[in-house]
Each structure stands twice: as structure tokens, then as C-alpha cells.
Design a protein around this ligand. Structure first.
Ligand SMILES: [Zn+2]
Length: 403
């Protein structure tokens, strides 16, 4: 079906020019950018000029500001964000020189969304005109109908359903780190659970299925978390933790967040974090459902495939990018280390250290309800972008594979 639609789309000549008509008769022609194997792309700078807006860089994001709203693009991903909406595009945005080229679908489907009533799109002539579109001829199906239609999209515009496993670190007899600057009585295991539940809620609201390794204060053996809760139907495994340092001069001033994927530790600090998190293995109960691994010595004997590591790295770097927007501590970057909880995973997997319990500001961020909401919302947004990106890659490769 996808191949047939693609063939139909190709048989109609792709437009080479985008015409923008503003009220007051100002009109602009924008030459579209063609890249082999991709749909037409619109250069953002002339589009901004035609719309009377501007393009700015905000950290890693490129933002198009217009009178009808701000649209944020993360170069290299097929995602546009506006307001609280994350929307998928049929291709990725490309940096070219000091500008960005975005898929034409952004103009056709997002700018000219009839519900926004700001711009009107005529596909046959590639004309974007200012003003509300005529009322749509078809009645939009209700959300209930959408949910019942397997071919239709989720609230995040996904083509298929996705499942993500969220793993709140520690639990039960394993408290994790003691939470030096946390309010009295709170330990790492409590904070990882609180944030994880908020991540779950964010993802579910956007149409992603979520499986939790725990939803209460209970112990799950380290080596069982990924293999038991993230099997072949699972897109991504995300383990959530809180960092801490052993006392040494100045250690309480160190703060920040980092995301790991499985590999041999690349630095002494990464090795330290892995040792700390792997400590939890001593709490594991020798129950009737043994871990498939023989413990830590199993590590690296079965290192995951290159594709899986690449996907894990991609998810880790998206989580860092999104966390940097809401975390005022240092972006410690994507790191690699040998975590027991990731070692047994058979799907792309990452471990997030949200901040240091041994730093007062990080601890306040991770234990305040506002801070937890922000951290969870942006971890969820990173996951959505990751799923969107990999969905686009999967669809692209299946299309190019068909005759
Ligand atoms: Zn931990």
C-alpha cells in the first residue's frame, strides 16, 4: 500500500517552485531544493521572508517565528514542534550552509493546517495563500474513530503503535543512592519512580504504549529488567537514575546530567557510574526466575549489534539535547559504560542520570514537582523524536526496497 502510494506520488511531477501569496498582493517564489530519494524541501530563510517572519538558532534548534506561531526544527530529524505539539514530517530537515531545508509537507500540512486557519494550500499549483482555507469538504473522523482505524495515526502522528519500556532505577530493598540533598526520607529509588511515572503519562498521552519495570517500591533483579520487560515488540528501553559522588574536596559543587549506552567504559568517571549502578546486583534475589545472564562476568561476551548500539546512541543524544532545555546543570554528554541493566537488553537501551543528589540545585530540581514535570516532559519528547526518526528510517528503507 505504501509502495503504491509512493508510486502515485512520483508519477505526478514534483513541484520545483513554491508560490506564497500574502494579502495585499505581495507574492514570492521560492525555489525548492531537491535531494535524491527525498521529497521536495523548502529553504527556511526565504520562506521566513515570504511569511514576514524570521529564522533563529536556539541551541541545537532552528526556530521559524511567524505571526501564526513559532515552529521548531531539530536538524537531522523528521520532527517539527509548535506549541505543545510534536509532529512528524515525511523526511528529515537538512542544514545547508547557514540555513535549513525542511520538507515541503511542513508547508502543506502544518502551516496550512485547516484547523489553524492561517494559510491555505493548493497542492496542484504549489500555492500557499494567506487567509483561512475554505471549509474542508470531508468531516474529520472523531478521535474514537481514529483509534479504531489501524491505518490511521496516533496523537503524535505515528504510522504504527510503539512500545517503550521505562525502568525506574532501584526499588524495594535497594534504595539506590541515599539522596544527600533530597528532602528527608527520599532516596534515589523514590525519585526515579516519581519521574518515570510522569514520563509514562506523557508518552501515553501522545499515543505511545508504555511498559514499566515497576510502578511501586519493589525490587526487580538487575539482569531481568530489560529481557523481561523489553522484548521483540519493544522499541526502546530507558532506565532512569540519579547520580552521586563520594566525598572529596568540592564534590557538592559538581552537577549535571548524562545519558549512557552500553559499551566498555570510555573514562574513569563513566566506569565509576557503572560500578555504582551495578552495585545494585547485590540486592538481587536468587528467586525462581533467574536472570538470563550469569551476572556481571557475562558482560560484553554478547555485545549488542552495531545497529542497536547506533540507535541507543541516537536515543541517548536526543535525551541529552532535550534535557539541556530544562536542566540548568552541566550537559555532561552521551557516555558509554558497561551497565548490567543494559548488558542483557536485546533492544536499543539507554540509562539516564538526571542529576546529582550530592548537589543542592540538582537535588532541588529532581525533587520539586515542577522540576520532575519538566525533566519527565523532555525525556518523553526525546523519546517521541527518537521513535519518529526511526519510523521514518524504517519506512524509507522499506519503500526503497520495494520494486
Ligand atoms: Zn541508580
Amino acid at each position: 500500500m505504501i509502495a503504491l502510494l509512493a508510486a502515485l506520488a512520483v508519477s505526478r511531477a514534483a513541484p520545483t517552485l513554491l508560490h506564497v501569496n500574502r494579502t495585499g498582493n505581495a507574492s514570492y517564489d521560492i525555489r525548492l531544493v531537491q535531494r535524491p530519494g527525498e521529497g521536495p524541501l523548502v529553504p527556511l530563510a526565504p520562506l521566513a521572508e515570504a511569511l514576514g517572519g524570521q529564522v533563529q538558532r536556539q541551541g541545537l534548534w532552528i526556530v521559524l517565528s511567524t505571526t501564526s506561531g513559532n515552529f521548531r526544527f531539530l536538524p537531522g530529524t523528521p520532527v517539527v514542534e509548535y506549541g505543545s505539539t510534536v509532529r512528524g514530517l515525511p523526511g528529515v530537515s537538512h542544514v545547508r550552509g547557514d540555513s535549513l531545508d525542511v520538507p515541503l509537507a511542513f508547508v502543506a500540512e502544518v502551516l496550512a493546517d485547516p484547523h489553524r486557519q492561517a494559510w491555505n494550500w493548493t497542492p496542484s499549483t504549489a500555492v500557499l495563500s494567506e487567509g483561512a482555507a475554505p471549509p474542508p469538504l470531508t468531516i474529520r473522523p472523531s478521535r474514537t474513530t481514529i483509534a479504531n482505524d489501524a491505518r490511521s495515526r496516533s496523537p503524535s502522528g505515528f504510522r504504527r503503535s510503539h512500545l517503550v519500556t521505562i525502568d525506574p532505577g532501584h526499588g524495594g530493598t535497594d534504595p539506590g543512592n541515599p539522596g544527600m540533598f533530597f528532602p528527608r526520607g527520599l532516596r534515589e529509588k523514590d525519585v526515579t519512580l516519581a519521574v518515570s511515572l510522569l514520563v509514562r503519562d506523557e508518552l501515553v498521552a501522545r499515543g505511545v504504549k508504555v511498559r514499566m519495570t515497576r510502578i511501586i517500591d519493589t525490587l526487580i533483579n538487575l539482569g531481568q529488567r530489560a529481557p523481561k520487560f523489553c522484548t521483540s515488540d519493544c522499541d526502546l528501553f530507558v532506565s532512569i537514575h540519579v547520580n552521586s559522588l563520594n566525598p572529596r574536596p568540592g564534590y557538592t559543587s559538581i552537577r549535571g546530567f548524562e545519558t549512557y549506552f552500553l559499551s566498555e567504559a570510555r573514562s574513569a568517571d563513566a566506569a565509576r557510574v557503572a560500578r555504582m549502578e551495578n552495585e545494585a546486583v547485590r540486592y538481587d534475589s536468587p528467586d525462581s526466575d533467574p536472570a538470563p545472564s550469569g551476572g556481571l562476568d557475562f558482560m560484553f561476551k554478547d555485545l549488542q549489534s552495531g545497529a542497536m548500539l547506533r540507535q541507543s546512541q541516537e536515543a541517548a543524544s536526543l535525551i541529552q539535547t532535550y534535557l539541556s532545555e530544562v536542566h540548568d546543570g552541566t550537559d555532561q554528554g552521551v557516555k558509554q559504560a558497561g551497565f548490567a541493566v543494559l548488558n542483557t537488553a536485546r533492544r536499543p537501551s539507554v540509562l539516564v542520570e538526571m542529576g546529582y543528589a550530592t548537589n543542592r540545585q540538582d537535588a532541588a530540581l529532581m525533587t520539586s514537582s515542577d522540576g520532575q514535570r519538566k525533566l519527565a516532559a523532555n525525556i518523553a519528547r526525546a523519546i517521541i523524536t527518537y521513535l519518529r526518526q526511526n519510523e521514518a528510517e524504517t519506512i524509507d528503507s522499506s519503500e526503497s526496497a520495494s520494486p
